[in-house]
Ligand binder design. Structure first.
Ligand code: GDP
Ligand code: MG
Length: 168
């Protein structure tokens, strides 16, 4: 039986929790000062989707997103995408559109989920629930809310993406 391997790119403004999300999902850990996947381009995790073995390769950036300097190699061959923003960073929410376009330019239309991260900080929320839904609809993506810190919905995001890819 052939194993399915999926490359997933995680994009969004710096500080929204992309590296933390990858580390949480692949290593089960969370730290406050996580900077980069140490010396590698991606971390991976194997999961089972309806009896099918799926190897997810989650690609991290080394902070290049802050300088708009992500290389084509990062996007090359991506099967799916997480578009992340932070509950406490309105600019990261406003940047979703431009991140979606960047991914589309490099990868075409691939299964994409918008993740509102840091919902453990809802008391500092700067994005209304309705506007988040509206933007997700406008971009044609599902919206999921997560807390990498509290480990809420992180697994669900990647399972949903993997299922979408298998269904295509
Ligand atoms: P990146 O620049 O998008 O890779 O973001 P990082 O993963 O480096 O995270 C930026 C900061 O946000 C770090 O201090 C993380 O510990 C913190 N962080 C990440 N996810 C969460 C979360 O769900 N809740 C809270 N409160 N902090 C988080
Ligand atoms: Mg990072």
């Amino acid at each position: 039986e052939l194993e399915v391997a999926l490359k997933v790119v995680i994009v969004g403004d710096g500080g929204v929790g992309k590296s933390s999300m990858i580390q949480r999902y692949c290593r089960g850990t969370f730290t406050r000062d996580y900077k980069k996947t140490i010396g590698v381009d991606f971390l991976e995790r194997q999961i089972d989707i309806d009896g099918e073995e799926v190897r997810l390769m989650l690609w991290d950036t080394a902070g290049q997103e802050e300088f708009d300097a992500i290389t084509k190699a990062y996007y090359r061959g991506a099967h799916a995408c997480v578009l992340a923003f932070s509950t406490t960073d309105r600019d990261s929410f406003l940047a979703l559109h431009s991140w979606k376009l960047k991914v589309e330019n490099e990868c075409g239309e691939i299964p994409t989920i918008i993740v509102q991260n840091k919902i453990d900080l809802m008391d500092q929320c700067v994005v209304g629930p309705d506007e988040a839904e509206l933007v997700a609809r406008a971009l044609g993506c599902r919206l999921m809310r997560a807390s990498v810190k509290e480990d809420v919905n992180v697994g669900a995001v990647f399972r949903a993406l993997a299922s979408r890819c298998l269904a295509d």
